[in-house]
Design a protein around this ligand. Structure first.
Ligand SMILES: [Cu+2]
Length: 172
């Protein structure tokens, strides 16, 4: 059922008229992957008021970035891809951006109890934005407004992952 909803959302996205851009962004990502030896700074693309971020998670429980930098007020277009092959049940990954001052360990414990909601606790105000939980080979995109200047933690809320899967989201 979740897959079907996902597919519907993807089709809706294309129908809304982003079909043209869709292909372009895929090409862009391919070229980013090829240039992955370049410093991370160059991977972030900057156009008027938009920060594009390409984040991945793999089967070794690692993000490709432990720091993401954007500018205050920017629209952040974050593409998140699970570049591994393992299933969402055994090696699910997401991106959860937490409010300043959140106790990350405490959040992780709460998230681990929220299995029925894809490890996103429902009774928390700690989350600024998050992606869906992905399995190997899946990709998603979220768009949100960069919060006020400062440093924010981001984590994967799959049980046990945030020890390795976390980073700092810097708004400058
Ligand atoms: Cu994970």
């Amino acid at each position: 059922m979740k897959k079907i909803i996902g597919l519907l959302m993807i089709s809706a996205f294309i129908l809304v008229g982003c079909g043209g851009n869709d292909k372009k962004s895929e090409e862009k990502e391919d070229s980013i992957k090829l240039k992955s030896s370049q410093p991370e700074k160059e991977v972030k693309e900057k156009q008027d008021g938009v920060s594009e971020v390409y984040l991945t998670g793999n089967d070794k429980m690692k993000y490709n970035k432990t720091e993401i930098r954007v500018e205050e007020g920017d629209k952040v277009v974050l593409t998140f891809e699970h570049v591994g092959t393992m299933s969402v049940e055994t090696m699910g990954h997401n991106f959860v951006l937490l409010k300043k001052g959140t106790d990350v360990q405490e959040f992780g414990q709460k998230a681990a109890e929220a299995q029925d909601n894809n490890y996103i606790p429902e009774d928390t105000e700690a989350i600024i934005v998050h992606t869906e939980m992905l399995g190997g080979g899946e990709k998603t995109e979220i768009t949100f407004q960069a919060p006020e200047k400062g440093k924010y933690d981001y984590v994967c809320s799959f049980p046990g992952h945030l020890a390795l899967m976390r980073g700092v989201f810097v708004v400058e």
